[in-house]
Design a protein around this ligand. Structure first.
Ligand SMILES: Cc1ncc(COP(=O)(O)O)c(C=O)c1O
Ligand SMILES: [Zn+2]
Length: 382
């Protein structure tokens, strides 16, 4: 195992921290701590030939991931996921459309990426019990990885979270509680219980390692599409925002290593029923304003007040990307049409990104001849 992890830094006050003992977020600034790596060492040791010789899985870029000890790896065999080109004149009249499909990951969504790394790191740090409030999929992923790592998972979901996610948590032996309201309510109630039970909180962006796992989204896209073949824009269904933060970090590191010229523009797609990130981008705000009554059937996007939203907004702005809010009634039809046209299973969340892409083209934010990638975060459920 080779990791060139150096330390953690708060992006606001610039205080630095060692990676052990287990860290949450900067208590002064309320911001997610960002892992820093010794990029000079990475430059020297992480050669293309070495990468090519490794199995095509999540840990291929181990130098840029935070796990130091092989024996603390908690793995369910997270193989590289397909990136498929589709011919879709409606969505890409003259350009190219690519879809990165994470449905083949353990538990069926991209949440496996973050949890594989966060649970491995938790193992390395000697933690035994982990807590997450979730709209659904992160709970299933946590329960699976915790079982694999012989740890306990405490999962709080809003009532009305998808049945399938609830049943998965239980089947993997996780302890599930449901709470009236939204994910923020589940977090509030769950956190008290977690503190009492000494379960470490792996909520989105409140600890440093899930976002590091999500970096593999960007690293894989780069590895599969190549320097010359990279998309100029990526549309991403945004809830808690870790995917955007992770991809941005990956592309930035690749650019610092001299491997990538241009970071793709990142677009956050949300439902009009819950679009705090898109609203904040539109207003030019530093932080999101919490949505009072979040409503969307894309359960993973029902996040009214994402934590450390400065980082999410910062990632989008740094790439000169943007946001798009789509009508709730457009989401499922966009997913179904796409599935019927291409045979690719896409989550409702992805339906939001597909409908978003159409709108971004109509608005002129994305040109017809561009090479665009839609991130398909999971499988269709229903
Ligand atoms: C299928 C799916 N897509 C997208 C998201 C949003 O992810 P992020 O937290 O990276 O914004 C979620 C989160 O629950 C999800 O389950
Ligand atoms: Zn700070």
């Amino acid at each position: 195992m080779v990791s060139f992890l150096r330390d953690l830094i708060c992006p606001a006050c610039r205080r630095t921290f060692a990676d052990r003992p287990a860290r949450t977020f900067c208590q002064e600034c309320g911001r997610t701590l960002v892992a820093r790596y010794d990029l000079e060492q990475v430059k020297e040791k992480m050669t293309r030939d070495r990468l090519r010789a490794r199995p095509p899985d999540l840990r291929r870029f181990e130098e840029l991931l935070p796990i130091r000890e092989a024996r603390s790896q908690v793995s369910l065999g997270e193989m590289e996921t397909p990136v498929l080109r589709v011919n879709d004149p409606e969505l890409a009249p003259r350009g190219e459309l690519w879809v990165k499909c994470d449905g083949s990951l353990p538990t069926g969504t991209f949440k496996a990426r973050g949890m594989a790394i966060a649970v491995s790191k938790a193992k390395e740090l000697g933690l035994q019990s982990l807590f997450v409030p979730t709209a659904g999929n992160a709970g299933a992923a946590l329960a699976a990885y915790a079982a694999r790592g012989s740890m306990k998972a405490l999962v709080f979901m809003p009532q009305g979270a998808p049945e399938s996610a609830q049943r998965q948590v239980e089947a993997y032996g996780g302890e599930l509680r449901t709470v009236p309201g939204h994910i923020g309510d589940a977090a509030r109630v769950g956190r008290e219980e977690a503190t009492r039970r000494r379960a470490f909180d792996v909520s989105t962006l409140r600890e440093p390692w899930r976002a590091e796992g999500k970096k593999t989204m960007g690293l894989e896209i780069f590895w599969q599409m190549g320097r010359e073949g990279m998309p100029s824009a990526i549309v991403y269904p945004t809830g808690g925002g870790t995917g955007l933060v992770g991809m941005h970090r990956a592309f930035t590191q690749l650019r610092e290593l001299g491997w990538l010229d241009q970071v793709p523009r990142l677009y956050a797609a949300q439902s009009e029923g819950c679009a705090p990130v898109v609203e904040a981008l539109r207003r030019g705000a530093e932080q999101v304003t919490p949505v009072k009554d979040p409503r969307t059937e894309a359960a993973g996007l029902r996040v009214p007040s994402p934590f450390s939203s400065e980082d999410i907004l910062g990632a989008v702005r740094a790439t000169r990307g943007g946001g798009v809010a789509v009508k709730e009634t457009a989401i499922a039809p966009a997913a179904r049409r796409f599935m019927a046209a291409h045979g690719i299973s896409v989550a409702r969340e992805t339906g939001t990104a597909l409908a978003g892409l159409r709108q971004l083209r109509e608005e002129g934010a994305i040109d017809p001849q561009e090479r665009v990638l839609v991130y398909n975060t999971g499988l269709w459920v229903g």
